[in-house]
Ligand binder design. Structure first.
Ligand SMILES: [Zn+2]
Length: 269
């Protein structure tokens, strides 16, 4: 009996020491063990989805805009900041409106000549270059919207050449120039006025005259006109039939309606 009691005591001691060792080890394991113990009743915290953030202006410009140093060096810091800010606020809308949201890399290059700015295509499929005259823009800061006009050209991926001679079979430059000024009128941050209709105008007058005609059609005949017209120009060779197909009126009928209307033209909402 004594031997058995001894064995029991030994077993009990062994068990006790195991428990003590376990407790000590457990205590030493992790910093939380001597603080509030973990329980399953920690209140469930509702974490709301973060508000989606638009990319910061600078981020968008740093991704898609390169201002060559020869251009940058001729501008004040403030002017460079204005260029970046304008680009970032206008460019996504232009891409959305004219190029299915696709943004090409834009490079502002130096053009030391009379012209304010012009678009020159790019060195690869994803690039478009805009040559600009820094002295002109420093002197004419109210004409910075000319860059919105050029950025629109960068987004015009048309089936025909964008710069065909006026009145050629492919539509001619009056269409692409009219659209670029329509775009500047609607999307640029600076005010850009379009001339009221006058009897001596023609729709092929291009630039602001054509832009106002397009704005009138888009506001008063079919609010999807520009969207459909741009899409047609992207996919098919130009035809005056585009106007008939979209609006049910021929180009000349539309111009006649425009001439007889005294509708005001405002920015597209
Ligand atoms: Zn142009």
């Amino acid at each position: 009996m004594k031997k058995r009691a001894f064995r029991l005591t030994l077993t009990a001691l062994l068990l006790l020491s195991l428990i003590v060792i376990f407790a000590l080890t457990a205590h030493a394991d992790g910093e939380g063990s001597d603080k509030t113990p973990y329980t399953a009743t920690v209140p469930f915290e509702v974490v709301e989805d973060p508000v989606p953030q638009k990319p910061a202006y600078e981020d968008l410009a740093s991704r898609f805009l390169t201002i060559e140093s020869q251009v940058k060096d001729r501008f004040t810091e403030r002017m460079v900041a204005t260029l970046i800010n304008t680009f970032s606020r206008v460019y996504p809308t232009l891409a959305e409106t004219f190029n299915h949201g696709v943004m090409f890399n834009i490079v502002y290059t130096l053009a030391d000549q009379d012209s304010a700015a012009y678009e020159t295509g790019g060195r690869n499929a994803l690039e478009r270059m805009i040559a600009m005259n820094p002295d002109y823009f420093m002197k004419n800061q109210n004409d910075l919207g000319a860059l919105t006009h050029e950025l629109t050209h960068a987004m015009q991926v048309y089936r025909d050449s964008k710069y065909g001679a006026t009145n050629t079979a492919n539509g001619g430059s009056w269409i692409t120039e009219g659209i670029a000024d329509w775009s500047r009128f609607n999307f640029d941050l600076q005010l850009f006025t379009l001339p009221n209709y006058a009897g001596n105008q023609k729709y092929t007058d291009s630039y602001r005259v054509t832009a106002r005609f397009f704005a009138w059609v888009d506001l008063h005949v079919d609010t999807t006109f520009m969207e459909q017209f741009n899409e047609a120009l992207r996919t098919e060779p130009y035809s005056a039939q585009f106007f008939t197909r979209i609006t049910g009126k021929t180009l000349d009928e539309l111009w006649q309606m425009y001439a007889e209307s005294n509708h005001a033209v405002s920015k597209k909402k």
